[in-house]
Design a protein around this ligand. Structure first.
Ligand code: G6P
Length: 369
């Protein structure tokens, strides 16, 4: 096992640091910015259907469901398709309005999650076309779908999903861009720019790792916090949910992710000088709104850790701690902004002496209801 960990203390940290490679692997052979090439072999035959559909329903569980929420923004923004994201466990027991004109995308790292598999069978029985985004080749979900695109994250051992999430978001981004282009919904210039920026993501993830020591220091300060709030807007809202999930899974600290503006309808009551609040505050279209949300938290003495875009000079003096990520196209932000949150949860859990790779009560793959 020590050999498998490749010199790291845990699989989770090894997998976090593998992300530049796993993201690149998920794009390999599919994307070449140089000559504006983008092709997902498994989906090619269905691309027209994707471009024509009026509705996509995404089914998934856990972290994969968060990747689905990111995809909702991507397909809506780029391809102008209406998307619904469903917990597979809820979807399967409703009587969902779904039929031949709908496309279902099932997202699953393991490809074995019982609820997701059952949701697929239900949608299939109603005539929908099902795409899979799975990491495990030949898994039950991969076999149950009509078509799909594998994520090439490699085996993920840590129960808390990290590299599988960024690989899912990468593949879903490729799908959304390919669909948008087939539909004629994005301009060639935007298309080319997105492909170029995507190719830069692995090296930008590596740049985020340069903050590891800083993140460790922040983790040390908050090791014994009892609660955490994570706030983000737009594409960073699912990232806030994912950051909170990572922390609770492995450190057992209660954490809540919320859309930043929704905070005033409840969570703001929790804020005092003991409450760490992690803000996803990168320079995107919600930036100004997020800045005012930060001010609202600071006015109530919350302790703010902000994930900001490199070079931002406005936020640092307003908050307690900042962690920088490189600038990218707004659409690709989650691939960078989630990295510091994975590291923060990892270091807090290690400092609390938790079993990081096998947290209590959790299973890597949930094959029963
Ligand atoms: C379990 C794992 C999570 C994972 C979820 C969905 O709860 O602990 O990390 O996100 O299942 O798994 P899947 O394999 O379908 O992505």
């Amino acid at each position: 096992e020590a050999i498998e960990k490749g010199g790291y203390d845990h699989f989770m940290i090894k997998e976090i640091f593998e992300q530049p490679r796993s993201i690149a692997d998920s794009m390999r052979g599919r994307l070449r910015a140089e000559d504006a090439h983008l092709q997902l072999g498994g989906l090619e035959a269905y691309l027209d259907k994707l471009a024509e559909t009026e509705r996509i329903v995404i089914v998934a569980c856990g972290t994969s469901w968060h990747a689905g929420l990111v995809a909702e923004y991507l397909f809506e923004e780029l391809a102008r398709i209406n998307v619904e994201v469903e917990y597979a466990s809820e979807f399967r027991y409703r009587n969902p309005v779904i039929g031949e004109n709908d496309i279902v995308i099932a997202i699953s790292q393991s490809g074995e999650t019982a609820d997701t598999l059952a949701a697929i069978e239900l949608a299939k029985s109603k005539g929908a076309i099902i795409f899979g985004v799975c990491n495990v080749v030949g898994s039950s979900i991969a076999r149950a779908t009509h078509a799909g695109a594998y994520t090439h994250a490699g085996p993920e051992i840590g129960v808390a999903s990290t590299k599988a999430f960024t690989a899912q978001v990468t593949v879903l981004t490729l799908m959304a861009i390919a669909t948008a282009r087939r539909k004629g919904a994005i301009q060639e210039e935007t298309y080319g720019h997105l492909l170029t920026e995507l190719e830069c993501i692995p090296s930008k993830v590596t740049q985020v790792f340069e903050n590891a020591t800083r993140i460790k220091e922040i983790a040390f300060i908050f090791t014994y916090a009892r609660n955490f709030i994570y706030l983000g807007r737009g594409l960073n809202f699912p990232v806030a949910l994912e950051g909170a999930l990572k922390l609770k899974e492995i450190s057992y600290i209660h954490a809540e992710g919320y859309p930043a503006a929704e905070m005033k309808h409840g969570p703001i009551a929790l804020i005092d000088e003991d409450m760490p609040v992690v803000f996803l505050a990168t320079k995107d279209s919600s930036y100004e709104k997020i800045v005012s949300n930060i001010q609202e938290v600071k006015a109530r003495k919350g302790r703010v850790i902000a994930i900001i875009t490199e070079g931002d000079t406005l936020i640092p003096p307003m908050v307690d701690f900042v962690i920088e990520v490189p600038a990218t196209h707004e659409i690709l932000t989650p691939l960078l902004s989630v990295i510091p949150l994975q590291l923060l949860s990892y270091y807090v859990a290690v400092m609390r002496g938790r079993n990081v790779d096998q947290p209590r009560n959790l299973a890597k793959s949930v094959t029963v209801e």
